[in-house]
Ligand binder design. Structure first.
Ligand code: NAP
Ligand code: G4F
Length: 351
């Protein structure tokens, strides 16, 4: 039977990937919530925006009247909350707004479900940033909550409130810990997409014999457990369709540094290079003495850093039967190829 699914954050990476996944694998009606913006970017939903089972709806996680209106109007069977201020780096600058969207926003969704559609299943996108300065690796769901950023703290608050509503009101509500996940719809402020976009630009400029600007990065020794977002959407949907609500953790179980990501991205673009030097002097070059392709700029350092995240996905594998299918190498390759093609198209337009 076809059901109704309300997805927040539809113009972001996961919202769009989840909508596409459900349009392709179910008969469900998908309602994607966008918030008011002066210049909305619809690139991420272009592939399916005209699908008759897809509708765009307006709402804002900071505005409970809009969430209530959507829940009473649509009467969703599933409410998947991917809407967030999701950029850790900016969360020190706007901590109150981050809490309002990421933590109070979850309460607004749960209140609407409790009052209007208590049998609606709710998903909250939690983060490995909740673990912060980690005590052990790989991290599992028992790892203590030790956030290092307002963002991580806001997601930890959301995790606790989901548990409270699940236990107090018998709502099917889950908050899963998602480790970093990237891909073709990734925002340009995140390090992976920042790298692949710049790699594409540098590659085109080198081929055209033009001067290029060096890629400037912050903490290149940071290590992350990177997966492809498309793999995670299957896991999230499995979590929403169990007999009983339970939190899970999704990760690749593998760790790579930002340095590794840079090397792999340039390699995939056909510009292999090597890192030399340490700390602020680290440079990535094709040949010693050449202009660096990448280097460190303190401007990108954060007030507090999470230096290592490494997840243990074994519970989700065992109990949900979830397994990632896209390797780190394939993900980097796909992202580089997309950005090379986008750069070539834009460059042609400018001529
Ligand atoms: P994303 O690309 O930044 O998308 C987030 C979306 O939320 C954006 O489209 C944004 O809208 C929307 N949003 C922001 N404020 C809102 C508000 N007040 N009301 C309604 N919508 C609002 O993030 P993502 O990578 O898809 O991540 C999806 C979710 O997973 C987020 O909750 C994120 O914190 C969490 N998560 C992500 C990762 C990851 O590695 N990707 C890992 C762990 C957890 P605008 O387009 O208008 O800005
Ligand atoms: O790509 P990032 O900005 O992602 P971060 O901070 O790990 O957060 C992402 O993953 C979380 C899950 O762990 C999500 F909850 C969150 O919503 C988001 O999707 O940075 C990754 C690492 C950091 O250590 C950062 O300091 O890369 C380092 N980095 C180094 N240079 C940089 C840069 N990050 C960015 N964004 N830009 C740089 O130039």
């Amino acid at each position: 039977m076809n059901k109704k699914v309300l997805i927040t954050g539809i113009l972001g990476q996961d919202g769009a990937n989840m909508a596409e996944y459900l349009l392709n694998t179910t008969d469900h009606e998908i309602y994607g919530m966008q918030r008011r913006s002066g210049s909305p970017n619809y690139d991420n939903i272009k592939a399916f925006e005209n699908n008759p089972r897809f509708s765009l709806v307006d709402g804002d996680l900071t505005d409970s009247s809009s969430i209530n209106r959507l829940v009473s109007g649509i009467e969703p069977d599933y409410f998947i909350n991917f809407g967030a201020n999701s950029f850790v780096g900016v969360s020190w600058d706007v901590p109150l707004s981050v809490f309002d969207i990421n933590a109070s926003g979850v309460i607004r969704c749960l209140e609407a479900i409790k009052k209007i559609k208590p049998d609606c299943r709710f998903y909250s996108a939690g983060s490995s940033e909740e673990f912060g300065d980690v005590d052990y690796s790989p991290q599992d769901l028992k790892h203590p909550v030790k956030p290092r950023s307002p963002y991580g703290a806001s997601k930890a608050a959301a995790r606790h409130i989901v548990k409270v509503y699940r236990e107090s009101y018998n709502i099917y509500a889950v908050h899963s810990i998602l480790f970093n996940h990237e891909g073709l719809r990734r925002g340009e402020e995140f390090v992976t997409r920042k790298i692949t976009k710049k790699v594409a630009e540098i590659k085109h400029k080198i081929d055209a014999g033009e001067a290029f600007e060096t890629l400037k990065l912050g903490n290149i020794d940071s290590k992350r457990d990177w997966s492809d977002s498309r793999d995670f959407m299957r896991g999230v949907w499995l979590m929403l369709n169990q007999d009983r609500p339970k939190d899970y953790l999704l990760a690749s179980g593998e760790v790579h540094s930002v340095k590794d990501f840079v090397s792999s991205a340039f390699q995939n673009a056909g510009v292999p290079g090597l890192w030399s030097g340490e700390g602020l002097d680290a440079k990535f070059r094709v040949f010693e003495k050449n202009t660096p392709l990448a280097e460190v700029d303190e401007k990108w350092f954060r007030p507090a850093e999470v230096s290592l995240l490494h997840g243990d996905p074994s519970l989700a594998q065992k109990e949900l039967g979830w397994k990632r299918e896209i390797s780190f190498d394939k993900m980097v390759k796909d992202m580089v190829e997309l950005d090379l093609a986008i750069y070539a198209k834009e460059a042609k337009k400018d001529k």
